[in-house]
Design a protein around this ligand. Structure first.
Ligand code: CP
Length: 309
């Protein structure tokens, strides 16, 4: 599934380069899983390890549940109690788990490119899924966001106006969402945030870029809010959370600028009262928990595509 190897999918490292057909096939399969149509023995005898070197709630738990629902044996690696605390490298950790027979690795790492680097050392029968590396990619979050949008707005993305709001610069979710929205032919992609939190490396090519949230929300069908990734920021990029909320927080009043049936999304974890108010996060237009539920179905589709047979 990696872009360089679409004919014989082996890893899912990024959505970059995946075609509309490949993405659509995964979303259709995930929809079937979301509706409860699956074979509980599909991955019988396959060992899958979640290998997370950064914290996670949604991604890790949903991959675990996805693998279990398909009948896999699941190992959850805990970095804090593992031999990495004695200096063992991520690569040695993966090779040792491969030696035990693990065939699927779901990996999160703080460094950009770390999962791709590990994939370069994997045995021929091993598959890796990038569960988020640095600010680079979070492909299954991108897929679950597209499944959620598809359920709410239909399969034709060409008339959709989508706003991605907040700390795009440090967001692997935003990069994967942008890649998926482009591949699926989204009508208009708006990106809004303070200048210091928008990337200037070509990531936003083709997007309508704005620093004015009221203008960016005008008539949109979906507002995809992002978390402030303070753990990846240089000191001082955001001086005041109150100022950030005043300028870029999604409130019920602001949401009224969007289309009347607009939906609100957020990958989590949320900084409530900063990028989004409780009223919006828990309101009728919010699909935030729907996204979380769809994470299980999407991850089942990815594990099945990489590991079955
Ligand atoms: N959206 C997301 O990646 O959440 P977690 O960090 O909890 O996995």
């Amino acid at each position: 599934m990696n872009a360089s190897n679409t004919a014989t999918p082996r890893h899912l490292l990024t959505l970059d380069g995946l075609s509309r057909d490949v993405l659509t096939a995964l979303l259709v399969r995930a929809q079937a899983f979301a509706e409860g149509h699956y074979d509980r023995r599909a991955l019988d005898g396959v060992a899958v390890c979640t290998l997370f070197f950064e914290p996670s709630t949604r991604t890790r738990m949903s991959f675990t549940l996805a693998a279990q629902r398909l009948g896999a044996d699941v190992l959850n690696f805990d970095a804090s109690t593992s031999s990495t605390s004695k200096g063992e490298t991520a690569l040695d950790t993966m090779k040792n788990l491969e030696a035990m027979g693990v065939r699927g690795f779901v990996i999160r790492h703080r460094e950009d490119g770390a999962v791709a680097a590990l994939a370069g050392h994997a045995n021929p029968g091993t598959s890796l899924v990038n569960a988020g590396d640095g600010r680079s990619a979070h492909p299954t979050q991108g897929l679950l966001d597209m499944l959620t949008l598809r359920q709410a707005k239909g399969a034709d993305f060409s008339r959709l106006k989508v706003a991605i709001v907040g700390d795009v610069k440090h967001s692997r979710v935003a990069r994967s969402d942008l890649q998926a929205l482009r591949a699926l032919g989204a009508g208009e992609i708006r990106v809004c945030g303070p200048a210091a939190l928008l990337p200037d490396d070509g990531t936003l090519q083709g997007c309508v870029v704005s620093h004015d949230l009221d203008a960016a929300l005008e008539g949109v069908d979906a507002a995809m809010m992002l978390r402030l990734q303070r753990e990846r920021m240089e000191e001082g990029l955001v001086t005041s959370l109150d100022d950030y909320h005043r300028d870029y927080g999604l409130t019920a009043a602001r949401l009224r600028r969007a289309a009347p049936d607009a939906v609100v999304m957020h990958p989590g974890p949320m900084n409530r009262g900063v990028e989004i108010t409780d009223e919006v996060a828990d309101g009728p237009q919010s699909l935030i928990l729907k996204q979380v539920g769809n994470g299980v179905a999407v991850r089942m589709a990815v594990l099945e595509a990489l590991l079955r047979g």
